[in-house]
Design a protein around this ligand. Structure first.
Ligand code: MN
Length: 216
């Protein structure tokens, strides 16, 4: 049996229109994400002892044999990042973070709007294929940054809370070169309840030893 599986989308393919159109969602989930899962299964097939949860793999990339490391970083990262991305999107978005997460964001960035601007700029300016993140360290310190390719914050001992895929495959069919339009739409489909739950986990369990709850 293959250890890694493609998780089902938590919404219909067309549920996030007009920000993410049905065709993009189909190709993104059924082809791109499945590709990372398949390649991860292939890469680790000869190494049963290394078939750990993707989050554990990403936290311990430096321990892998050198000829496996890039393959695992790319495909475990691709699998984990997409699995997380699907869970923080929803057609029934709330206006913004509430409760403890809302307070933490306002305290760190000045206001929710200032946080939004910083995240938007980070996603818009990122030069290559990659991801924009809001993440927390083990002490609850928040940060906004981008990573290249499929690098995960987990490999930096951080817990990802919010993520935006800025690979062209995430938006090009619908928005072409207008990444800013895609980012603007993203704010209307964020699942703040899920992001808030992730923050609650960090606060109660810490960032380094938690149940990541990303993968299906
Ligand atoms: Mn993607």
């Amino acid at each position: 049996m293959k250890p890694y599986k493609l998780p089902a989308l938590p919404f219909a393919y067309n549920a996030l229109e007009p920000t993410i159109d049905e065709m993009t969602m189909k190709v993104h989930h059924d082809e791109h994400h499945r590709g990372y899962v398949d390649k991860l299964n292939d890469a680790l097939e000869p190494y049963p002892d290394l078939q750990k949860r993707v989050e554990e793999l990403l936290a311990s990339l430096h321990t892998l044999p050198v000829d496996l490391k890039d393959d695992v970083a790319n495909n475990a990262g691709g699998h984990a990042n997409h699995s997380l991305y699907w869970t923080i999107l929803t057609p029934r978005s709330q206006r913004g973070p509430s409760g403890e997460l809302g307070s933490a964001i306002a305290s760190k960035f000045g206001s929710f709007e200032k946080f939004q601007s910083q995240f938007t700029e980070c996603a818009a300016q990122h030069f290559s294929n990659g991801w924009a993140w809001l993440a927390s360290d083990a002490h609850g310190a928040l940060s906004v940054f981008a990573t290249k390719d499929h690098e995960s914050p987990i490999s930096r001992a951080l817990t990802p809370l919010l993520v935006l895929d800025v690979w062209e495959h995430a938006y090009y069919l619908k928005h072409q070169n207008r990444r800013a339009e895609y980012i603007k739409g993203f704010w209307k489909i964020v699942n703040w309840k899920e992001v808030g739950k992730r923050w609650e986990d960090v606060r109660t369990k810490g960032a380094t030893n938690r149940e990541w709850k990303m993968t299906g």
